[in-house]
Write a protein that binds this ligand. Sequence first.
Ligand SMILES: Nc1ncnc2c1ncn2[C@@H]1O[C@H](COP(=O)(O)OP(=O)(O)OP(=O)(O)O)[C@@H](O)[C@H]1O
Ligand SMILES: [Mg+2]
Length: 254
Amino acid sequence: MPVITLCNHKGGTGKTTTTINLASAFGLLGYKTLVVDLDPQSFLSEMLRLPAVKEEHTTVAFFGLHESLADIPVVQSRHFDVIPSTPSLTKLLRHLTKPTDVFWMKENIENGHGYDFILIDTAASLSALTLNALVATDLVIIPVVPEFQSVVGAEQTWQTCLMVRKSLNPTLTEPRFLLTKVDARRRMHQRFQQYLRGQYPTNVLRQMIRTDTLLTERGKEGASVFDIDHQARGALDYANMAEEILHQLGIMPS
Ligand SMILES: Nc1ncnc2c1ncn2[C@@H]1O[C@H](COP(=O)(O)OP(=O)(O)OP(=O)(O)O)[C@@H](O)[C@H]1O
Ligand SMILES: [Mg+2]
């Protein structure tokens, strides 16, 4: 079943927020979902208030010899399981220097797991960690705020994905852009939205994620927007987006 990576080389575009809420939407639909926090800054793990785990049970485990995903203990969150991150991923990066070091995650995921979906949250940089995710993934979702810098980062990420497809992961489908933090009243947001839909007519998800203060809320213990208010617009947007992804992957009939 599909591995989905959330990626944009620009920071603050909603990668982590989308990972948590898309995983929750899948979980609520009954899909067994695993979230992998591949950002050494560990914001996802922090936002979910995950308990501390041994270092060998964090995402560094993906980069160990003969380790299969099924052997790595997971932390249970409300609607999905998580393999948390650790700042030690930064140290590990210094050792991922061989050309074959981009295949660690792919190999471990292929070794077997019982999940319907695996979602990988990446950092806002093109490191060997992010490359590992892109090589292991079936679909890349590029969250993009309809603003200049975010769109530039999104287009660079698109190019990276096409290069990865050409040389490292031929089964990678074309990425999908997800417009995030959208304020329909802002002219600039309308302009960049039109630009992206014009340039990439079949690759921008129809559903957008509007700004919603509940998506910025950090006080609630390990909560997704669905746990705070399942009628909130953030919840409606992510639920619709999850369905759109299921249709596009051919998992749910249109
Ligand atoms: N739809 C939204 N409405 C309002 N705020 C949002 C929305 N989506 C994300 N945010 C907020 O924007 C900020 C950045 O979001 P997030 O951390 O998900 O981005 P990111 O791409 O993972 O960032 P980084 O590159 O630093 O990892 C966070 O404070 C988050 O709460
Ligand atoms: Mg993030």
